[in-house]
Design a protein around this ligand. Structure first.
Ligand SMILES: [Zn+2]
Length: 254
């Protein structure tokens, strides 16, 4: 009889599973010696989503070598310990590295709108529409940037330590998802980054840039910001106000 293990994934890790594997124990055939990280990724869940792995009641790290008949529970990154956890917190081995002191991001080519929104709120966000997967993983690891992507294979690359699989498909919803996942609501600094090039922006006198404004903008707005790098000019127009409304409604809660 082939050797098997039993595994169960909790909370949002179920987003990655087939229907019949959700919220339940299931068996996986153990065809070869492998680490628990390798096993979890073979089921389709990137290591960047995992924080706690409990094998037969004990907390283990990614390097644990899976044994036949192991009973494995896998938990996502979370603010609180999973309900019903009976292991002393001091004995838990968290798989995720410490959060970055100042969160910075690199985004894959499909997340252009999200990149612009994050920049609008002041987050250092690298985005180029011609970056391939190896380059993105390299930038994330080398520059300590959180890699945001909808491509789980990209997050499975070994060198990626800080990454996140973006669930939503709608850019504004993606922004809210990121703000809440990384607890960024207290760090918003709108109009300090250029949405176009990620350069830093500074307040600029209307007088100095007046000739570059369209007549309506000139008439209705008095506060302006300019990018140090590409010189693009920004003002708190309707786009910004809509976003501000959306964020404050979510931040305040129901
Ligand atoms: Zn710029």
């Amino acid at each position: 009889m082939p050797q098997q293990i039993t595994i169960r994934f909790y909370e949002e890790l179920n987003d990655f599973l087939a229907q019949d594997q959700c919220e339940t124990d299931f068996n996986v055939e153990l065809k070869k010696a492998r680490s628990v990280k390798d096993l979890i990724e073979s089921i389709g869940i990137p290591h960047t989503e995992i924080d706690l792995i409990i094998v037969n009641g004990e907390s283990v790290d990614f390097n644990y070598q899976v044994q036949p008949d192991d009973h494995i529970s896998v938990y996502p990154v979370s603010n609180s310990l999973p309900e019903g956890m009976v292991i002393m917190p001091s004995l838990l081995q968290h798989c995720q590295p410490q959060p970055l002191y100042k969160p910075r991001f690199v985004l894959d080519v499909h997340l252009g709108r999200l990149a612009a929104y994050l920049r609008m709120l002041g987050f250092d966000t690298l985005y180029k529409n011609d970056c391939d997967d190896p380059a993105l993983a390299e930038i994330s690891a080398g520059e300590h940037r959180i890699l945001l992507t909808c491509d789980r294979l990209l997050l499975m690359r070994k060198q990626v330590t800080h990454g996140y699989f973006v669930r939503n498909r709608q850019p504004q919803q993606q922004l809210l998802e990121i703000l809440s996942r990384f607890h960024l609501y207290d760090n918003l600094k709108p109009f300090t980054r250029c949405m176009h090039c990620n350069g830093k922006t500074q307040p600029v006198e209307k007088q100095a840039i007046e000739t570059q404004l369209l007549p309506k903008t000139k008439k209705y707005y008095n506060e302006f910001f300019q990018c140090d790098s590409c010189k693009k000019i920004y003002w708190k127009g309707s786009h910004y106000l809509k976003m501000q409304e959306m964020i404050s409604s979510v931040n305040k809660g129901p």
